[in-house]
Ligand binder design. Structure first.
Ligand code: FAD
Length: 338
């Protein structure tokens, strides 16, 4: 157990946009007693508790009037093992990419397309991380954690997590209410090759494809396409791809017939936010110390000295220009605090 009151006050909170941020407290949670101590502190001070991982999907203010909770458990244990599949329990403090690499090395398949996504396992259910045609929801069996009001330990089955496109109950009704401490995931014992995503297919379809080849290609593609957050601070894709109705799509196509469109199972249409931003001529656009990346139009980078206000001003400008030109609303993907 960590001593809640012994841990530092006014701690700096690391984040991949490199925004300066200090929280009233930064506390490492190791178990139920830490959660109860945090709840007691929140009652005493009237300040909220905020779960956080590696800070790769957040836009933080200079001061967070809250206690930031981080889960330290990075263990991986085998819950079941059959000829066809394994179920693993993974602590929320485990690095996501590390998990992808280790499961592949162990002959447990499925996560390859999700390689190199920054962050910790505890955040994966929150926005149902996804890339190259796969998403976390396809593998999760259950999510374990604590209710941050009552302190009760709880387990949610996958169906209770309300997973959607970059969405879940942890981003909605249970935001800051549920501290995720571990996830159970089911992986296949035989390779699961998924290369329908166009750029993956074009790189891989000419040869016999192994899970390792998919993993390596995804890693290579991501290194080519996305600015490295440790060199050019960023939070990955800053806007979700907008989902349009059939009528909204027709309206957009009447002015932009070449916009890339991805039909959805529910009859709606996802369009490329990066394409719209690029088409609006916003690549390279800057506000203060925040800039639209030259490498990828969907990524806002900072120079390491930016403030939250620079990032928000640039994001608002992008939203306004895209709305004016295409009548399409862009929704930020990272969580904006403060
Ligand atoms: C270069 C780059 C590329 C990226 N590419 C992708 C991509 O391809 N696909 C994708 O989906 N995302 C991508 N992201 C976004 C990000 O990596 C993921 O959202 C990741 O899951 C965030 O993990 P984190 O530990 O940094 O969470 P944080 O940013 O610290 O937190 C994100 C949210 O999760 C909540 N949270 C975190 N931990 C817990 C917990 N234990 N319990 C409850 N709530 C918690 C926080 O409250 C916050 O709301 C990218 C980011 C970067 C910087």
């Amino acid at each position: 157990m960590s001593d809640f009151y012994a841990q530092g006050q006014a701690d700096a909170i690391a984040n991949t946009l490199a925004l300066p941020c200090t929280a009233r407290r930064l506390v490492t949670v190791c178990g139920a007693q830490d959660v109860l101590a945090a709840i007691a502190w929140a009652k005493e001070t009237g300040l909220p508790l905020m779960p956080l991982g590696q800070g790769s999907n957040v836009v933080l203010p200079p001061m967070l009037e809250a206690a930031v909770l981080k889960v330290s458990d990075a263990t991986v244990s085998l819950l079941s093992d059959t000829q066809s599949a394994v179920t693993l329990r993974v602590g929320a403090g485990k690095g996501w990419h590390e998990l992808v690499a280790e499961t592949l090395d162990s002959g447990f398949y499925g996560l390859e397309n999700l390689a190199l996504i920054p962050g910790l396992v505890g955040a994966a259910p929150v926005q149902n991380i996804g890339a190259y045609g796969r998403e976390f929801a396809e593998f999760v069996v259950a999510v374990h954690g604590f209710d941050l009001v009552t302190g009760a330990a709880q387990t949610l089955a996958a169906a209770e997590c309300e997973f959607g496109y970059r969405d879940s109950v942890f981003k909605q009704g249970l935001q800051d209410r549920f501290l995720i401490t571990a996830v159970d995931i089911k992986l296949s014992r035989t390779a699961v090759i998924s290369i329908d995503y166009p750029v993956l297919k074009s790189r891989l379809s000419h040869r016999a494809v192994s899970a390792k080849a998919v993993f390596e290609t995804v890693v290579a593609l991501r290194r080519e396409r996305l600015p490295d957050p440790w060199k050019n601070p960023n939070a990955g894709s800053f806007f979700k791809n907008p989902i349009l109705s059939a009528q909204q799509l027709l309206d957009l196509q009447s002015v932009e017939p070449k916009v890339p469109v991805y039909p959805q199972a529910d009859g709606q249409f996802k369009v490329s936010a990066a394409w719209l931003i690029e088409r609006a001529g916003l690549r390279g656009c800057a506000k203060g110390a925040a800039t639209i990346s030259d490498q990828h139009a969907l990524v806002l980078v900072t120079d390491g000295k930016a403030k939250q206000s620079d990032v928000l001003e640039l994001a608002r400008h992008v939203q306004d220009v895209v709305e004016d030109q295409f009548s399409v609303a862009l929704e930020p993907e990272p969580r904006i605090y403060g």
